[in-house]
Write a protein that binds this ligand. Sequence first.
Ligand code: MN
Length: 287
Amino acid sequence: MKTLVDVIGKSMGHWVGDGFPVRSLFSYQQDAEALSPFLLFDHAGPRNFEPHAGPPRGVGAHPHRGFETVTIVYDGEVSHRDSAGGGGTIGRGDVQWMTAGHGVVHEEFHSAGFSRSGGPFHVVQLWLNLPPEHKLAPPAYQAITADNIPVRSFERGIARIIAGEWGDTRGPARSFSPVNLWDVRLAADAEVTLPLPEGHTSMVAVLNGHVTIGGTGVGASEIARLTRDGEGVSIHADGEATLLVLTGAPVEGAVVGYGPFVMTSETEIREAIDDYNAGRCGAMAPA
Ligand code: MN
C-alpha cells in the first residue's frame, strides 16, 4: 500500500482576475520533481457570488504554453474562449481539458447566466505538464460533460473517472502521459481502498469534508501526498467528503516557468515570450 508523505495546502487565498477566489494548494515552484507531472492546483471557492449586472467576472485574454489546464466545475458555470477556436460553457460536473501546447490565448469568465443569477461557485483548475517532446503540440480542447464521465460505485461512495481507469471503468480524457483524475464522493464513515498505481505521483485533495489517511486527518482545501511506491490507499471519511484523487507517471525534463509559460529551460521561456509578443501564440478573435 501507499503511505502518507505529508499534508500540504495551507495557503493564503488570492484572486485570479475578479472571478476566481483561489487557494493554490501546490505549485511547481515549491517541489517540481515530487509533484510531476502536476504543476499547479488552484482551488476556487466554495464561495457564494451575488447576482451581478455588469460584464461577467473572470480573467481576460492571457496566453499559456507548454502544459495543459484542466478545469473541473463543482458549482457554478465557467465560460472559456481561446485563440485555437476552442470554447464553451461548462457547468456542474463538467470538465474542460485544454492543451495549451505550442500556445493559446484564452479568456475564462463566469458564464453570463451564472453571473446574472449568482449562487455557489466551486471550481478546481489543475496545470498538467506535457512531456518535453509534446510541449509544443498543437493546441486542443476537450469539453468533457458530466454525462460522458463514467461512475464507479462502491460501498458508501462513488468515483467519477475523468481520466485514467479503475478496473474496467475508463475515463474519457485524452492525456499525453498516464494520469488518473477521479472525483470521489464518500458518505459519512465510508472506508474505501482506492487502487492507485505503483510508481505514480499520488495525491488525494479534500475539497469538502474531512478524511483520515494512515491515522492523519486531512481537511478541506488540504492535499494528502502519498508515496509513489505501493499500490492503493485506504481512506476513512469522517463525514461526507468530496475528494479529487490525482495520480500521474512523473514526466522527464527540467521545469522552468515564467507566469503562464512552463518549459524546460530559460531559453525556451524567452522564446515563448518572444513568440507571444509577436502573436505566434495565437490571438483572440473579436468577441
Ligand atoms: Mn488561463
